[in-house]
Design a protein around this ligand. Structure first.
Ligand code: AOF
Ligand code: ZN
Length: 365
């Protein structure tokens, strides 16, 4: 009301700039783990004079890039950051000190950093230095951006998402919707967001190329498969350079692996018993924040992993697509596995969208 076209209402400015920070942060999607994605803006007299995001663990934080971009204009400006600026020496020096040194007047923060070595100490340090600090702008958006990082910081465990496709008659399908594996398709985007993906070994061997995110410059997730003995030796197909990513095979006995190319790292982890908890613990030790359990192919061990996930409350999120198909064939096994559990779970914050010809549902457990 009363706002001319092209002009931003004063009350909405903080939200507007914070949404831009999140947009910047997302430029590094899939690349920052175990660090969070963070975006930062320097705003002076209603103009954006500096922008930055955290590109990768080990590299400078978002604030450093934005301050560099702003140069001397940072003095008396407002800094917007999607996550509380850090106040510790990690792989990089504290961002609070960089902001103080640059003489910013105000810092607007999306959310407090759940990392116990930061957790509000960044805010305290800035306030002690006489900087005006506001916390909690577009907080939900900032939290969703880093849901995996937050979960891992608070629990020490990776964030686990279950993905599957369903026919309109409620059958779990072996296939994906049309177009979803193409650039911009939800499946291609999903793969890029996760540090690791647990897959059916048959799918892995037969259709490796469709297990690859097609987003430009995407970092591919580590592929995890499980293989019990006695099994025929696992044959890893030849991979093109874009598909190259680490493969971890969880097994209950050392076994032979044949692979056509030796270019990618294949790691074998022998467990007493193949189970989801042990796989997730291993992933946590590798620094993975997020793991996708992808139900496709010959479900094999995935069935038991899923049952364990539901029974032991190891799942945080569900991503489900409904395909425009009535299909009574296949997946009987999995349907039984999914329906036989005597468990009732509420799915929270359900979101939906239509993507190509499919309905996508996302929610939290
Ligand atoms: C920020 N801005 O852009 C990011 C932050 O090892 P380091 O030095 O990269 O520190 C990692 C920790 O710093 C990470 O766990 C999180 O608490 C914080 N990340 N903080 O002020 C950023 N990426
Ligand atoms: Zn920092």
């Amino acid at each position: 009301v009363g706002v001319r076209c092209g002009e931003m209402a004063q009350d909405n400015d903080d939200g507007f700039y914070m949404r831009r920070c999140v947009e910047l942060a997302r430029k590094a999607i899939g690349c920052t783990s175990p660090n969070p994605m963070v975006g930062c803006l320097i705003v002076k007299d209603g103009k954006i004079v500096g922008e930055g995001f955290h590109p990768k663990a080990g590299q400078p934080h978002a604030e450093v890039f934005a301050l560099r971009d702003a140069g001397d204009l940072a003095e008396n400006a407002t800094a917007y950051v999607s996550l509380e600026p850090c106040n510790h020496y990690g792989r990089t020096p504290p961002c609070t000190e960089a902001l103080i040194k640059a003489k910013v007047k105000k810092v607007v923060i999306g959310m407090v950093d759940p990392n116990p070595i930061v957790a509000s100490k960044g805010v305290d340090r800035l306030r002690d230095a006489g900087i005006d600090v506001t916390v909690g702008i577009e907080e939900e958006l900032c939290k969703t951006l880093n849901e995996a990082y937050i979960h891992r910081m608070l629990t020490g465990k990776p964030f686990l998402t279950l993905r599957y496709s369903l026919s309109v008659n409620g059958n779990v399908l072996d296939q994906l919707g049309e177009g979803v594996t193409e650039p911009g398709g939800y499946y291609s985007q999903l793969l890029q967001e996760y540090d690791a993906v647990i897959l059916s070994p048959t799918l892995f061997i037969d259709k490796f190329s469709i297990l690859t995110s097609q987003e430009p410059g995407a970092k591919q997730p580590v592929r995890i498969i499980t293989a019990r003995t006695p099994n025929p030796p696992i044959k890893i197909p030849g991979l093109t350079t874009e598909e190259t990513a680490k493969v971890i095979i969880f097994t209950d006995k050392e076994m032979d692996v044949e692979h056509e190319t030796a270019q990618q790292g294949i790691e074998m982890v022998v467990l007493d018993r193949i189970n989801l908890k042990a796989i997730l613990e291993y992933c946590a030790r590798q620094g993975f924040c997020s793991v996708l359990l992808d139900l496709r192919g010959n479900f094999g061990d995935l069935k038991e992993l899923l049952q364990e996930g539901i029974e032991q409350n190891l799942l945080q999120k569900i991503v489900m697509e409904v395909l425009p198909l009535w299909d009574g064939s296949n997946s009987e096994n999995l349907r039984v596995a999914m329906q036989s559990l005597d468990k009732r779970l509420e799915v929270k914050n359900l979101r939906h969208r239509i993507s190509d010809n499919n309905v996508l549902l996302e929610g939290y457990l």
